[in-house]
Design a protein around this ligand. Structure first.
Ligand code: 5GP
Ligand code: ZN
Length: 141
């Protein structure tokens, strides 16, 4: 683990956190600067920077925890819904370079926006360009 990783230090107990879930591979705790009551971060215990760096089994464990916790968090704060999202890399807004999923409870009329609001200006892509992008992704797997 990198000595300067805040989230590794939280997993190790060197920095306190309001832990809400822990198992062998996953740790979840309240965000210190919440966007909504119940804003929760779900992280692998091992240090990996982005989703693409996660081993398959760890990625599955993180998703399983998100899947279980999203409704639990919503219920705990009486939310109407939640956004579940990763800032995956610095250019996408990731500030802590230890992969983490956000569970952000949402409330009717809270003034927030859907996840579509996070991207920059929308590209104007032709059918051919869309076909090429889909093929590139399909063929790279
Ligand atoms: P990012 O922008 O990297 O996706 O989000 C990082 C999140 O980690 C932010 O929402 C921030 O409030 C939270 N955070 C940063 N440092 C700490 C900390 O020491 N403790 C907790 N609980 N959350 C933190
Ligand atoms: Zn770390």
């Amino acid at each position: 683990m990198p000595d300067d990783c805040i989230f590794c230090q939280i997993v190790a107990g060197d920095i306190p956190s309001r832990t809400v879930y822990e198992d062998d591979t996953v740790f979840a705790f309240l965000d210190v600067n919440p966007l909504a009551p119940g804003h929760t971060l779900v992280i692998p215990k091992d240090h990996h920077e982005t989703l693409g760096d996660l081993p398959d089994d760890t990625a599955a464990d993180v998703f399983a925890a998100l899947h279980r916790l999203a409704p639990t968090v919503e219920d705990a704060v009486d939310a109407d819904a939640s956004n579940v999202a990763f800032n995956n890399g610095e250019a996408a807004g990731q500030e802590v370079p230890h992969v983490h999923g956000h569970i952000i409870p949402r409330f009717e009329g809270d003034g927030g926006r859907p996840i579509h609001a996070i991207a920059g200006s929308r590209p104007d892509l032709s059918d051919e360009e869309l076909d090429d992008i889909a093929a590139d992704i399909r063929n790279a797997r």
